[in-house]
Ligand binder design. Structure first.
Ligand code: BQF
Length: 295
């Protein structure tokens, strides 16, 4: 079997087209969605991600401002900026790009945000709301994975989904989304992590396998059941002397080998990554509507 590609780039563009129309309609009602993006330091990968987010906003007509702060910014200074953005009605969404420098406690920063502007869905209030089944913002990457599954005809309902990786940003919210008794969810979920014994014996039972470990090519073909759907969340930059930049992006799966075995797979790049950005746009529009009492 050779796997069908699930292209997040295409699925995301379709959703962004729908959003563009929605943003135009909101502006006619006097609502101009706005997003504040905060970047502390100059990590090259984070800088690329923040650029991607700003570009997506401009494409949709969403007002966006990036607040670039030096790596030496103190926790108190960052908290003061969050307070200011919380109080600024121009911004319906606030995003603090992670990871933050080591001297800043990111949990403290997330806790300071107005949960109604937390378009990443990382504030403990929003984490809790997801767990009890009343989410306002779903974390962007797992929300994007859910959309890719549903829109590619692989509804997770009743399926055994195995997630590898337990980060607060992907693995844990992914599990919390898919176990809900809700449309596009209702799956049986197994969460594997670095403490899992014989991971391959578990991944081989997956109807849907989600790789979110942050380890290049950690999922090999022998770990995949014939006909499984494989979602690769990994974005790893590895050295490649033959590439113009000297590096290239690889996921957490051995794509070339697995595509001969899976029924469907997401590529890297062009898979989950663009969906993360798309779902950030969805959350920002939702935040703007909620702030103006619109459904
Ligand atoms: C693509 C991210 C790890 C840690 C923090 C498109 C993005 C990436 C890839 C992107 C990511 C990864 C983002 C592609 C945002 C996804 O074409 O494959 C877009 O911008 N992402 C982030 O903000 O923080 C991260 C990965």
């Amino acid at each position: 079997m050779t796997a069908k590609l699930i292209l997040g780039k295409d699925i995301g563009n379709q959703i962004r087209e729908e959003l563009k129309t929605e943003v135009e309609g909101l502006k006619k009602k006097g609502v101009h969605p706005g997003l504040a993006v905060v970047l502390v330091g100059e990590d090259p990968a984070s800088t690329v991600y923040v650029t991607n987010k700003g570009q997506a906003c401009r494409d949709l007509g969403i007002h966006e401002e990036t607040f670039g702060l030096p790596a030496s910014t103190s926790e108190a200074e960052l908290l003061a900026l969050v307070d200011r953005l919380n109080a600024d009605p121009k911004f319906h969404g606030i995003l603090v790009q992670l990871p933050l420098p080591k001297h800043i406690d990111s949990n403290k920063v997330l806790l300071r945000m107005n949960p109604d502007k937390d378009v990443d869905g990382f504030h403990p209030m929003n984490v809790g709301r997801l767990m009890v089944g009343e989410p306002i913002f779903l974390p962007c990457t797992p929300a994007g994975v859910q959309q890719m599954l549903v829109r590619s005809g692989n509804d997770p309902a009743g399926k055994h989904v195995v997630i590898c990786g337990r980060s607060n940003i992907v693995g844990k919210p992914m599990a919390n989304i898919l176990i809900q008794k809700a449309k596009g969810a209702n799956a049986t979920v197994t969460l594997c992590h670095t403490g899992t014994k014989d991971m391959a014996s578990i991944t081989r039972q997956a109807d849907i396998l989600i790789a979110a470990m942050g380890v290049p090519k950690a999922i090999t073909a022998d770990m995949v059941r014939e006909g499984a759907v494989v979602i690769d969340v990994g974005v790893n930059r590895i050295p490649d002397p033959s590439a113009p930049k000297g590096t290239r992006l690889v996921g957490d799966t051995d794509f070339e080998a697995i595509k001969e075995k899976a029924s469907a797979i997401t590529p890297v790049p062009g898979g989950v990554g663009p969906m993360t950005i798309t779902m950030l746009m969805v959350n920002t529009v939702r935040a703007a509507k909620a702030a103006h009492g619109l459904k």
